[in-house]
Structures are given as structure tokens and as C-alpha cells.
Design a protein around this ligand. Structure first.
Ligand SMILES: N[C@@H](CCC(=O)N[C@@H](CS)C(=O)NCC(=O)O)C(=O)O
Length: 201
């Protein structure tokens, strides 16, 4: 059975949990105690030398990085549902995986690290500015569509979702972004949705 190494407060871990839940794939959850520094110990570094969760173990296959894992799981399914097979559609989805690791990480994810986890080395003004940029982009993008790409949820939505939905943890108010809030609610209403600590009641 697949093993997912992660932490319950890690938005990157929650992306993978979400896809596994939505696709009904059984897996074993291996909690990595980030607060105790377990991810910097040799046993974990042997899985991911970066010392970061999530890590997926699928038999002999070991894969880190939430976006890479989403891509692998969705592509492996082979039906194009969560990751289209048409090259252009696929590229459009991958663009949002990059956005998750780029603009979303520099914005709401960094603001959350500053406020919730006390990483004061992250300049909060810059993170807040970056968050406003990407939230405005998303608000505009979602003004005439239900999902980030195509006519259905894909791994694009899953990759961008957690840190946008958790923006409040970084002191960012989502009130000015009604289309983004409606999109968050649509994801939360999907059958198989996996709640995350701090995000859902
Ligand atoms: N690019 C990686 C980043 C993963 C990441 O930053 N994970 C955080 C938890 S959400 C972590 O393990 N942080 C501990 C550290 O970097 O020391 C991904 O998208 O999965």
C-alpha cells in the first residue's frame, strides 16, 4: 500500500491527501513530527534529502514535492480525469502547479509561515504584497469559470487550493475575493474531500 509521509498542518501534505481522498486510493499516513525536527534526521533525509514533507512511497518508488506527487498519481490513473492527456491542456494544468510552487508559496504560504509558525525571517510586507497579487489574479481568472482549467477540477485546483484557503492564517482576508471564496467552497463540496486541520471545522 502507498505510504504518505506528512504533517497535518502542512498544506503541501494536504494537497496529496486531498487527491488520494478524491480518487479513493487507500494509503497509509506516516506522521512526520516536524516540530521535533524528525524531517532533518537521517532516516527521513534518506527519503528526501531536502528534509521536507510530503514524501510518497509507492513500493520502491520514492517521490517528494507535492506537485510532482500530484502529477504522478493523476497520470498513473491513466484516465485523464485529474490530469488531461492533451499536451496543451496538460501544459495549462502544469502552469498552475508552477503557480502553486511560485506565486502561492511566495505569497499566502509565506505569510502563514511568518504568522502561524513564527518564521520572522520571512518579510511579511513582501509576502502580503505577493499574496494580494496572486489573489487578484485568481479572482479575475475565476470570474467566468468554475475551475482553474477545463470544465472540471484537476490537480491544478488541488495544488493551488490549500494555501489560498488557509490565507487567513497569514493575516490575509479573503473577503474581497468572492470568486475565490466560491471556488474554495466548490472544492470543499467535492465527494471525497479531505478536511484539513485549521481549514475546516
Ligand atoms: N516544494 C515542496 C516544498 C515542501 C515544503 O516546503 N514542506 C514543508 C511543510 S509544508 C516542510 O517540510 N518544511 C520543513 C523544512 O523545509 O524544513 C513541495 O511542494 O512539496
Amino acid at each position: 500500500m502507498i505510504k504518505l509521509h506528512g504533517h497535518e498542518l502542512s498544506g503541501n501534505s494536504s494537497k496529496v491527501r486531498l487527491l488520494l481522498g478524491l480518487t479513493g486510493v487507500p494509503y497509509e499516513w506516516v506522521r512526520v513530527d516536524l516540530m521535533a525536527g524528525e524531517h532533518k534526521q537521517p532516516a527521513f533525509l534518506a527519503l528526501n534529502p531536502f528534509g521536507q514533507v510530503p514524501v510518497l512511497e509507492d513500493g520502491d518508488t520514492i517521490l517528494s514535492d507535492a506537485q510532482a506527487i500530484l502529477f504522478y498519481l493523476a497520470a498513473r490513473q491513466g484516465d485523464g480525469q485529474w490530469l488531461p492527456t492533451d499536451p496543451l491542456e496538460q501544459a495549462r494544468v502544469v502552469r498552475w502547479l508552477s503557480t502553486a510552487a511560485g506565486e502561492v508559496r511566495q505569497g499566502p504560504e509565506s505569510a502563514r509561515l511568518h504568522h502561524l509558525f513564527g518564521v520572522k525571517a520571512i518579510p511579511i510586507e513582501r509576502a502580503t504584497e505577493k499574496a494580494a497579487f496572486i489573489l487578484n489574479q485568481l479572482e479575475q481568472h475565476l470570474s467566468d469559470r468554475l475551475w482553474l482549467e477545463l470544465d472540471r477540477p484537476t490537480i491544478a485546483d488541488i495544488a493551488v487550493f490549500p494555501y489560498v484557503a488557509l490565507a487567513g492564517d497569514g493575516g490575509i482576508d479573503l473577503a474581497p475575493y468572492p470568486h475565490v471564496r466560491a471556488w474554495i467552497a466548490r472544492i470543499q463540496a467535492l465527494p471525497g474531500y479531505v478536511p484539513m486541520k485549521g481549514l475546516d471545522a
